[in-house]
Design a protein around this ligand. Structure first.
Ligand code: TLP
Length: 342
């Protein structure tokens, strides 16, 4: 089976598993797990922030960050198809109690002038605007990269109006590698960032939030409230450290395989292939007569897995466990289904 559903399906490497045996462990709720402390310090340093916090998942990282920046009833601005809004079970409203204000983006980017227009002035009738969330890379836009200039412009507007900026950087290293920029420079204008260890970086579990000392201290308490205070969490942190040491530059291979897949798929008549910037390839079946669910079923019968991103949209994601040969094979199978149309 060629599994292109997500980069979350990556399994830990041998080095990651071996690192667990050597990890120095303790109770992380009491901050006594040396491996967790090292991961948090390493992550903070890498992203140019004062402190880090290991969390169970990207979803928990975003929720903890939103809770830390806001109080219930506040308004949070975000791109209309952002993961925080679309795929995180409504936790921002159900748990953080904030009201999302959606801004239609341009391939995942919020145009600065649109943010200016959308930000509401103080008014007795309005919720308090408190936070802007951007996503880099942007998942539903097709793994698009939000460039430095846009992040800076969004941060400047947010800060001028007294709002903070959080980056959902589940795939921030894909963005940094694609842009050939230092990740710390890329996220410099943001007040907080969550990134995932368990996607393209291949660690089995975990995400890290980074921000100021003060922010992370407050976030630590919200993590505990949400049940994310773990004990010998060094078992998670040790593979995470290996991921940061060995997996970042390798993401280029995933981007190259996505490019190869997309380039080949473009040759299929009637299939619309979205532009590819990182490890995500989205195709639109609208002109093929297929809906994504029927197509995915056929695809799976022939040994390829992908996911639906809408009625006629399908997402393929490349990662460490699929090779160039695999993506070429996946292309051949997609072509055979669409060309025979049976
Ligand atoms: N995304 C998953 C699914 O939830 C769709 C995937 O397969 O891409 N932010 C972004 C941008 C993400 O893509 C994801 C995961 C998360 C946050 C949440 O991370 P986890 O799955 O660790 O909670």
């Amino acid at each position: 089976m060629i599994d292109l559903r997500s980069d979350t399906v990556t399994l830990p490497t041998k080095e990651m598993l071996e690192s667990v045996l050597e990890a120095r462990l303790g109770d992380d709720v009491s901050r006594e797990d040396e491996t967790v402390n090292t991961l948090e310090e390493t992550a903070a340093k890498l992203l140019g922030k004062e402190a880090g916090l290991l969390v169970t998942s990207g979803t928990q990282g975003n929720l903890v960050s939103i809770m830390t920046h806001t109080t219930p009833g506040d308004e949070v601005y975000m791109e209309a198809e952002s993961h925080v809004y679309y795929y995180e079970v409504g936790g921002l409203s159900a748990i953080a109690g904030v009201i999302p204000h959606l801004i239609p983006g341009n391939r995942g980017q919020i145009p600065p002038e649109t943010l200016e227009e959308e930000l509401r002035p103080p008014n007795i009738h309005f919720p308090n605007p408190r936070l802007v969330v951007i996503e880099n890379t942007h998942n539903r836009a097709g793994g698009t990269v939000i460039p430095q200039e846009n992040i800076k412009a969004i941060a400047d507007i947010s800060h001028d109006r007294g709002l903070s900026l959080h980056i959902d950087g589940a795939r921030i290293f894909n963005a940094a590698v694609a842009l050939n920029v230092d990740v710390a420079k890329l996220v410099e204008p943001a007040d907080s960032i969550t990134f995932c260890l368990s996607k393209g970086l291949s660690a089995p579990v975990g995400s890290v939030i980074v921000g100021s000392e003060e922010f992370i201290e407050k976030a630590r308490k919200y993590r505990k409230m949400l049940g994310g205070g773990m004990r010998q969490a060094g078992i998670i942190a040790a593979p995470g450290l290996v991921a940061l040491k060995t997996m970042i530059e390798r993401l280029r291979e995933d981007h190259e395989n996505a490019r190869i897949l997309a380039e080949n798929l473009t040759s299929i008549e009637n299939l619309k292939v979205w532009p590819v910037e990182t490890n995500i390839v989205i195709v639109d079946l609208a002109n093929t007569g297929y809906q994504s669910t029927d197509f995915l079923q056929k695809l799976e019968q022939r040994g390829v897995r992908a996911v639906s991103f809408g009625k006629t949209l399908v997402r393929f994601t490349t990662h460490r466990m699929v090779s160039k040969e695999d993506v070429l094979q996946a292309f051949t199978i997609v072509a055979s289904i669409l060309e025979s149309n049976n």
